[in-house]
Design a protein around this ligand. Sequence first.
Ligand SMILES: Nc1ncnc2c1ncn2[C@@H]1O[C@H](COP(=O)(O)OP(=O)(O)OP(=O)(O)O)[C@@H](O)[C@H]1O
Length: 427
Amino acid sequence: MLYRKITVGENLESLHCEEHFQSLFDVDFDFLVNLGKETPTILFIDGGNYSKDILSDWVFAFTNIILINNNPIRAFIIRGYSEETQEFKGYYRIVGSYKSSRQIVQDIIDSIDRSLEKIIGNSDRVIQMKRMIVLSMFYDGSIMILGETGSGKNLLAETIAKLSPRGNKPFYSINCAAIPETLLESELFGYKKGSFTGATGEKTGLIEQADNGTLFLDEIGDMPLNLQAKILAITENREFFKIGATKPTKVDVRFITATNRTEDSAMRNDLRYRLSAVKIDLPPLRERKTDIPLIFDSVLERKGYLVRFENIPRELKERFLSYNYPGNIRELLNMIEEYLALNEVVQATVDSSISKNIKTLAEDALVARIVKGTTYKDFLQEIYKGVSREILIQRASILDNDINALAGEFGLTPRRIRDLLSELEVQ
Ligand SMILES: Nc1ncnc2c1ncn2[C@@H]1O[C@H](COP(=O)(O)OP(=O)(O)OP(=O)(O)O)[C@@H](O)[C@H]1O
């Protein structure tokens, strides 16, 4: 697996980078962690042993990603200057009762693992994206996600926020396209009591709630221009006015934003520059179709099903792989749910059946339902017909095609049995 290859304290010489680093930073390295060849190498330094001045220099230097032998390396201070721990926020984790740096590093690695595991996929595009997540992990500035609807923007924003120095602080998200303008303004900025009709109390907006944490603004291009100007002001002055307020409220919030248009004309240029220092491309599902079986299997595994993508009927596989998913992963998840709902019917039928053939019949009906788009009613009727036919064939063969005996067993008249046999095309 991609992120399993973890070696804490790996020999730096193997990467031929020790000299480079030592000449650059004049520091003894505490840990070098290599997360596998597709991910960047991370260098952790225990800053608890160094002076504040030295740490300030490093914080500046570590803002950049260093390339050595084409391998991007990111260096982080994992413990701040011992007496003034709060000062280097953004480049290290504020740690509480850890006994050793090794423990801190292991903890960070575990949280990378846990977070990245939720983003299913190992296509090139997804690996590239995971690299970006790791590389920007200790970065505290704004990030802009470019991605289509349903492609996992929320999941990505939450992962970035969880792994960031603000990971244990609040994370809120709001879809700017889904809320009418006036409501959006009060949701974001809050209001003072009596600031408009209906403002019977004071409201704390999301921006204030996300203080010290992260606010994810999805579809920011759909935010009205006057509100965009207010967001810009927050990024510049770290304060905002609640609706109806005469005094500003101080706030320290990190913005992660998303838009589905690279050149979003509805977005103010100054705000776009401000918010997109780091951009992460979220590929649409149609550009990473090799991830479909992985996502399918992970959903079924999580729900306790034993079926796997490679075992489903060929037509269904083709349908899943050839479709273009305008609704991206959300649409794929819906299709998987539909498959499972229909498959429940198939399984129920098979359990009570007396012949293995019924499984095939039911599967055929399922394929017809999904591939040919027959109605749900037709689908159930197909199964019903198939099962009835199987039972009739079996009993007729056991009872030597004795119509009267069959009529007695099924509680029907001999005439009805004859009709049924011809209706169901039983010879
Ligand atoms: N790589 C992935 N692996 C597994 N599940 C995923 C992945 N990406 C997204 N999902 C799931 O797909 C669904 C849609 O994701 P999400 O809400 O993050 O998309 P979005 O782009 O923010 O959607 P919208 O544009 O509607 O806001 C969620 O249930 C999410 O957990």
